[in-house]
Each structure stands twice: as C-alpha cells, then as structure tokens.
Write a protein that binds this ligand. Sequence first.
Ligand SMILES: Nc1nc2c(ncn2[C@@H]2O[C@H](COP(=O)(O)OP(=O)(O)O)[C@@H](O)[C@H]2O)c(=O)[nH]1
Ligand SMILES: [Mg+2]
Ligand SMILES: [Zn+2]
Length: 311
Amino acid sequence: MEFDAQVIAAYGRHLRLRDASGRVLQGRPFGRKLQVVCGDQVRCTADPTHDEIHVNEILPRRSLLARSTLRGDAEPVVANISLLVTVIAPLPRPDPFIIDRYLCATSSAGIRALVVLNKAELDIAAELADELAAMLQSFETAGYSVLRCSAETGSNLEALAAELQEATSVFVGQSGVGKSSLITRLVPASAIATGDLDRDAEGRHTTTSSALYDLPGGGAVIDSPGVRDFAPSISSLEARSLGFPEVDRLAPGCRFIDCLHLQEPGCAVRTATESTAMDARRYESYRRLRRLHTDLKAAQGPGKRRGQERA
Ligand SMILES: Nc1nc2c(ncn2[C@@H]2O[C@H](COP(=O)(O)OP(=O)(O)O)[C@@H](O)[C@H]2O)c(=O)[nH]1
Ligand SMILES: [Mg+2]
Ligand SMILES: [Zn+2]
C-alpha cells in the first residue's frame, strides 16, 4: 500500500521517515538513481515481509540546496527548506569564502539566508575580533542579516528563534561551531530524543547524517554534519552574478552588458571595490567562484559525461 512521508533523517541511504500520522519508520530508496535527502517528501510502500519501507518516488521539491561534486555533477544536500542558517564561531576560525558560497547557493534557489556568529560570549584577541567584525560587515553590506548569539549563555536566542519561526531551516557550517548546541537550545528535549540523529538504526554513531526537528512555535530545523568545503551546483548558480546580490545591483552600471566583472574596462563592480558598495573580500570571493564555475563546467565536458550514467 502506498503512502506519503517526510524524510526526517538521512544517513547515506538509511532514511528515517515520518508518515502523516506522525509514526517514525526506517526506510531506504528503492532504485539506485533516487537521491533522497533530509526534508524530502516521498511516496513509499511498506513491504509486508520486511520491516523496512521502500521509498519509490520523491515528490516535487519546493526548494533544493545542491552541491557540486569535483566532476561538476549536482548532488542534493537538503530539500524543501526556506531558510539557510550559516553558523560560524570565533573558533574554529571561519573561512568566509565557504560562507559566501553557501550564500550564493541560496540566491537562485529561493532560499532566505542568515549568518549566525555563535560563541559570541568568548573573550577573544583584539585582532581576531577585528577580523570577525570585518567579515560580518561584508555579509551585511551584501544585504544579509547577521546575528550574534551564544548557545552557552543563551544570549540572543530569542532573536534566532524569531527568525526560524514558521520556516524550515537548515544549519550549515564547520564542525565545532555549535550547530547542534544551538538546536538543542531551540528544540524541546523530547523532540531531540525521537530524532537522535547521531546514531543510525544499529546504534552506531554517524557523522554523515542530517536530521529534522520540529520547533515548538511552528517550523522545523535541520541539523547537518560539518563540512570542510562547499561548492554550489552549477545549475543552482545564476550565470551572471553567481548569486552575489551586490553584483546584481551593480552590474547595470558596467559598460558591457555581458561583463563578467573580471578585467573588462568600465566594470562598475570592480570600480565599486574602491567604495563601500562592493566589499573587496567579497569581490575576491566572486572571482574565485567565477574560476571554480568555469572549471566545473569544463569538468562536465562530453568526455566525462558517460561515467555519470552509472550512479
Ligand atoms: N563557548 C561556547 N562554546 C560553545 C557554544 N556553543 C557550542 N559550544 C561548544 O562547541 C563545541 C561544538 O559544539 P557542537 O554543537 O557539537 O558543534 P557542531 O559540530 O557545529 O554541531 C562543544 O564543545 C560545545 O559545547 C557557545 O555558544 N559558546
Ligand atoms: Mg553537530
Ligand atoms: Zn562588470
């Protein structure tokens, strides 16, 4: 018998599903091509001879966060989210270029973005504090909201909860920044227990899992494992601005309509780095992503396409 369910945890091909009545079931995708991720709505069948559910179909996604593999193929990360929360902390030291790439991935996917500095209570060296302040300023100049909070002291968590209200969010960021700690603070303990994302069906600890938790005031939040790097899938990037909102705003001032904002004369984006309209670090990030985008497209050349079919 067919029924629909929501994927509330995914660790590789092991899935935790929740049906319409709220029952939690174990399942796996049926068919190797089905790339099911946390947040997906799926159509399933219960196999009467096994106590496992087959996921046969992914229902249309309202949004998708997708990364690019080194070969330039798109790989889904989480589905049906409306907000991406990039969590950073003074330690481990943030890499702003990775944050920029996450932010770019949201632009054309119709996903709102928020940057959260956690562990804001830490007493840090003046040099690092200045570096962080400049980094946060670069995101704000681009137009993103920034929130400083602490899972440790609870400071500013009401503001974070207000941002998450009614949204389906995903928390991304390096391992150790405090994503799980923040979620533990926002979600009632009872909801965490039923999710228990850190262990798979056999009770093993997993590091490659994402899990969804319902928020008390409505909405849900997806905890994700820390990643060292992230590149948005080629198809999820806008060809012109690569998802940099300030590039979108400035590009109409460029002399050439097809300006890539690199060496072209009369480029309004490059010129803006001399004022406050375009942060110089963000511009460097744009140049790097432009190079990566070109490389990934080349990796998708006709010779390499065939290997892709096997997946
Ligand atoms: N000082 C401080 N430590 C924190 C804070 N939030 C989390 N931590 C610590 O940072 C470490 C990593 O936290 P965790 O939530 O597992 O990070 P995740 O890998 O991003 O999920 C743990 O030792 C937490 O206790 C915070 O606001 N302040
Ligand atoms: Mg965690
Ligand atoms: Zn330009």
